[in-house]
Write a protein of this length. Structure first.
Length: 193
């Protein structure tokens, strides 16, 4: 197949001087036009002429741009979380975590409040918390040993508001008002039966 430029020149020449070309030459040119083009060769020629002038971006530059974008988005997300936490208003009752450390901290703070001033402590709210977790926190606060005798009852979940200024006996009476709950205190031990 002849090149595109050669065909253009041939057509111009045929238009300007049609007498110079025989019927056989015209037929040969028509046959040449009917042949399928070599797409791969045309693409390579196009790439040599046009794409070689464009400088490709290196892989490491692409990676660096993506990394910078991810880090920027992460920084914005962390800043947003920090701002939201900073401006949130604290709730009136605190929701208890079922750890002995939390109860110990509240014990120390309530002892300091009792010794320094007469201040009313805020209630501790147990929301959907197991009875054994509630009993652990109460036992730790009142410095008694917890003895769980009924494992099934200890896994029951409750919503309970605990006022730490109430005596241990008052708290037990309130908890015993729930069905399937039987708490008792004997010899500095809190029993879950």
């Amino acid at each position: 197949m002849k090149t595109n430029n050669h065909n253009k020149q041939l057509f111009r020449s045929m238009q300007e001087e049609p007498d110079k070309y025989s019927d056989q030459e015209i037929e040969a040119m028509m046959d040449d036009l009917d042949q399928e083009a070599d797409v791969d060769e045309a693409w390579q020629q196009f790439a040599r002429q046009h794409i070689s002038s464009v400088r490709p971006i290196n892989t490491w530059r692409k990676f660096a741009a993506i990394l910078i974008g991810v880090l920027a988005l992460s920084g914005i997300a962390i800043a947003a979380v920090h701002i939201v936490r900073h401006y949130q208003k604290p709730e009136a009752p605190q929701v208890a975590e079922t750890t002995a450390k939390k109860a110990q901290r509240s014990t120390l703070s309530s002892q300091l409040e009792k010794s320094d001033t007469i201040a009313k402590t805020e209630p501790v709210v147990f929301d959907n918390v197991t009875l054994d977790s509630i009993a652990k926190d109460i036992a730790t606060y009142h410095h008694v040993v917890l003895d769980i005798q009924d494992e099934e009852a200890s896994q029951l979940r409750f919503y309970f508001v605990w006022h730490q200024d109430e005596s241990l006996q008052e708290v037990i009476e309130k908890l015993n008002m729930f069905d399937q709950v039987n708490l008792a205190v004997e010899d500095r031990k809190l029993f879950v039966r």
